[in-house]
Design a protein around this ligand. Sequence first.
Ligand SMILES: [Zn+2]
Ligand SMILES: [Zn+2]
Length: 446
Amino acid sequence: MGFFKCVFLILSFLLVDPVPSFADSYSVSSKGFSEVSASFLNFAKKKEVFDWIVGVRRKIHENPELGYEEFETSKLIRAELDEMGIPYKHPIAVTGVVGFIGSGKAPFVALRADMDALPMQEMVEWEHKSKVPGKMHACGHDGHVAMLLGAAKILHEYRELLQGTVLLVFQPAEEGGGGAKKMIDAGILENVEAIFGLHISHDLPIGEVASRAGPILAGSGFFEAVISGKGGHAAIPQHSIDPILAASNVIVSLQHLVSREADPLDSQVITVAKFQGGGAFNVIPDSVTIGGTFRAFSKETFAQLRQRIEEVIIGQATVQRCNATVDFLDKEKPFFPATINDKGLHEHFRKVAGDMLGIRNVKEMQPLMGSEDFSFYQEVIPGYFFFLGMMDETKGKLASVHSPFFKINEDALPYGAALHASLATGYFLELLQKTTLLSGKQHDEM
Ligand SMILES: [Zn+2]
Ligand SMILES: [Zn+2]
């Protein structure tokens, strides 16, 4: 059975209340909608709803799971959806879940949260610290899941407003595993018109959001190279071929790719972050392994970098009489395309977020060289990714994502939940307005 056919079947069984039409209950005006988005935020801030969102986040934080192992997280999500009476499909891409709220009919809009944690030890001492040694939610994905469940609660509460169907996409393995790609391969974007995603930000004030139209995050790839020479006594170098010196020259030469070959106005990064070789003070090792990441915004630049990285590693190793092999780890760490925000959805976001938070709290930001697998969705359908502020100066500075000291200011969670819900609800409203205008125009022309 096709993915959507199956979903329609579930929805038709589970939607007990007939859904009144939006036009019946609400006037199609932007003033009407700004009241709606304000009431979404108030609802998410209500003590019982806030406490529930925070509780969900803390439960996930205590039990962090790595990519494609988010079994308990997925179970918790499904239990909460069951509790709300929201139908869903599972499993998708091992642990993924897609919930459905609304009319059961087109248009379809998706909201996405990532579920995976990082392989690192939490250093924050608090009541809900990670109970799993060596694993931590240090990128805020626990908060992302809690906010999307919060949005589910809001959308379910206000379901009579939905002139379409919202897909709640809980995906596995954002941190390098390409979970988004596997969700797409499973067909979740079939008939979906737009997708929204957010990331919590430690250095943006609470109540503010930031994004931009066009490229916002870079495309990223990884490489690993083994440079082989001939080991021997460190005091008799003439009898060895030193791979440490060769690897050092390789690293210096790789830095020339960005500084000398790239257009200074086309942002690119190459970082060698891994260097393994040797173990004794007086032994030249047989080989050295280096590895790193490279970033660029366009596909052409990315392909050019990839080709030159390979040429430079092999060529420079040869200069030092070494052999080199280069692996771009396509299977384990698939290449992420650049995250490119749709222009039309940017306008929609500014309007919705501006209505809720005040337009001065909707910031335009510079692109970052970080990457996100949300970009896979944007390669298939129009998508929009934004950052949600959580900094509160009165509570001190927050550590950045991927730090063992990373903390979430939980006061930000209702904002994310309400924004998710408003972006979807507002999308249907705008579409309805456009269709109404268009049919009016056609009528006038007749
Ligand atoms: Zn991360
Ligand atoms: Zn993240």
